[in-house]
Design a protein around this ligand. Structure first.
Ligand SMILES: [Zn+2]
Length: 334
């Protein structure tokens, strides 16, 4: 073995490495190289002169460590290349279809903007709720018949349930926030309802609550009439009908003129010309007293709207379940 042999072998390996295109070719080259160094070491054993042995040994070691380093470099370069091939966030794939906002979100955002402009805060409450917040503290004790209209799903009967309305957030806010307060709270609610054109066991509500000194029914009317006119247009008529909720007194159901037929009567409004869209009322003094708010000093109003129902009217959809079918062709039209 001559030094020149080693040098030419080194050149050969370097040029091979340069032209290599796959990881398996590197592995092949690596095993050939190992075989070759092995043969060099066995050759080394046959050298009798100690001095010569020492020099040659050093040459082999240098040669080996240099080539090993080059092979490792090449290998890590492949790894980097492969890693970048796996996922490149900068490559634009024209086959990817950009989605669209869900109609419920679109309508909610529009209304949220209205409330934020009036100085309302947005708060959230839990969907798994205590009976205490969902019913009891809203003036619906265990025996109250109004509970029947809001039959829900129990996580741990009888105390833990899926909230049947967002009104539970009223109590949570009154317990934790300072007065005066004005909040809205959007979220999912649950009822034991069979699926039909108007009902699903899960739907969305937006709750509202304003409590402070001197808050009156006039404030309630201003906020909710403005909301409906802002959402459905200035020509929308709004009427208030007396109704009953255990946690408000007086209570009012709010109807708006049918945006499709303008009070003439059509399928959307079941020929009535009007559509009920909100429940509202002045917060019952008992509800305030139960959370240690002085009902002589403070008054408030509350409202709840069914987002799905409002969105069906807003977008002219006939079935509530369409909201959950995620049909992008429908979303793109809305
Ligand atoms: Zn109509």
């Amino acid at each position: 073995m001559e030094i020149n042999d080693l040098e030419s072998m080194k050149k050969q390996i370097i040029s091979d490495l340069e032209s290599i295109k796959t990881e398996s070719d590197i592995n092949k080259l690596n095993s050939q190289f190992r075989k070759y160094t092995k043969s060099l070491y066995s050759e080394l054993k046959g050298i009798s002169s100690e001095n010569e042995k020492k020099n040659f040994g050093k040459l082999i070691n240098d040669f080996r460590s240099e080539i090993e380093r080059l092979i490792e470099n090449k290998k890590s370069k492949f790894k980097d290349d492969n890693a970048s091939n796996e996922y490149d966030p900068y490559i634009f794939n024209p086959s990817i279809k950009i989605g669209n906002s869900h109609p419920l979100i679109k309508l909610y955002k529009k209304m949220e903007k209205f409330f934020i402009n009036l100085g309302f805060s947005i708060v959230q409450g839990p969907e798994i709720e205590l009976d205490r917040y969902n019913f009891e503290k809203l003036n619906m004790p265990a025996f109250h018949p109004a509970r029947d209209m809001q039959d829900t799903f129990y996580v741990m009967s009888p105390k833990v349930l899926l909230r049947s309305h967002t009104s539970s957030v009223q109590i949570r806010s009154l317990e934790t926030m300072e007065l005066p307060l004005s909040i809205i709270s959007p979220g999912t609610v649950y009822r034991v309802d069979d699926i039909d054109a108007q009902h699903t066991p899960m739907f969305y509500q937006v709750e509202g609550l304003v409590v402070g000194e001197g808050v009156s029914f006039a404030h309630l009317k201003y906020v909710l009439i403005s909301l409906l006119k802002e959402t459905f247009g200035n020509s929308t008529d709004v009427r208030f009908r007396p109704t009953y909720y255990p946690y408000t007194e007086p209570s009012a159901a709010i109807d708006m003129s049918c945006p499709k037929c303008n009070k003439k009567g059509c399928r959307l409004c079941s020929q009535a010309g009007w559509i009920t869209v909100l429940g509202s009322g002045m917060v019952h003094p008992k509800v305030l007293e139960d959370v240690n708010v002085d009902s002589e000093k403070y008054t408030g109003f509350a409202f709840g709207l069914g987002l799905n129902r409002l969105a069906m009217i807003y977008f002219g959809m006939s079935e509530i379940k369409k909201f959950y079918e995620n049909d992008i062709s429908i979303w793109n039209q809305l």
